[in-house]
Design a protein around this ligand. Structure first.
Ligand SMILES: Cc1cc2nc3c(=O)[nH]c(=O)nc-3n(C[C@H](O)[C@H](O)[C@H](O)COP(=O)(O)O)c2cc1C
Length: 193
């Protein structure tokens, strides 16, 4: 199979990590160094990146993140399986004050970093479920730096299985008794117009 397709399929949204695998500032810098070459609307490149890799910062950010809204009966990540780094994609409002302008760009840089992490045998997940205000306060961000999306990283320590679903079937992800995580994806023929 093509390398890029393999990488995209391997790059799942992980919610369980090996906490003994720390991630260095240099490794996070390398991920951002990939993201900065990504396409950007009107080439605004409006983002700054907060790198969190020290335990004190991880302990501040982790409680502000919401995980697996579709599995409300589970508290994920399980104890001892938290990510060991975060990159917070922030918009610099001095570069563009309109926070609605660059939402597509946020997704592009986030996925670029996740693919780069996957290539290095790491993994991660995008976390949109957080309060911009609380995060900005907790991390003492200046007023012109607005958190847009959190991306968590770590060495994946759980199994995720992609499954193809028929049109009309549920797209809700779920877990079995072994904690294997299943992610339904629509079939190719069902998404082509
Ligand atoms: C923009 C965006 C925000 C997301 N926010 C969260 C989140 O706050 N919490 C969470 O557990 N998962 C979050 N996810 C992960 C999705 O739930 C996940 O992509 C989906 O279940 C499909 O799984 P997959 O990424 O492994 O294909 C987010 C994904 C995207 C693209």
């Amino acid at each position: 199979m093509d390398m890029i397709k393999e990488l995209v399929k391997k790059s799942r949204s992980y919610r369980g990590y090996d906490e003994s695998r720390k991630i260095s500032k240099e490794e996070l810098m390398e991920l951002v160094d990939c993201a900065r070459f990504a396409p950007s609307s009107v080439n605004r490149q409006p983002f700054k990146y907060l790198l969190a890799y020290e335990q004190s910062d991880l302990d501040k950010i982790q409680p502000l993140t919401g995980w697996a809204r579709a599995l409300p009966h589970m508290k994920l990540p399980h104890p001892g399986k938290c990510p060991t780094a975060f990159i917070v994609i922030c918009q610099n409002t001095d570069w563009d004050p309109d926070l609605t302008h660059n939402l597509r760009d946020v997704g592009i840089v986030a996925q670029t970093m996740l693919l780069a992490a996957t290539e290095k045998e790491l993994g991660g997940i995008m976390i949109g479920n957080f309060s911009q205000k609380k995060l900005a306060e907790t991390m003492n961000l200046p007023e012109n730096i607005v958190p847009m999306l959190i991306v968590a990283f770590g060495k994946p320590d759980e199994e995720i299985v992609l499954i193809e679903v028929e049109a009309g079937e549920s797209l809700k992800y779920y877990r079995d008794d072994q904690d294997t995580h299943y992610v339904p994806k629509r079939k190719l023929n069902d998404i082509i117009l």
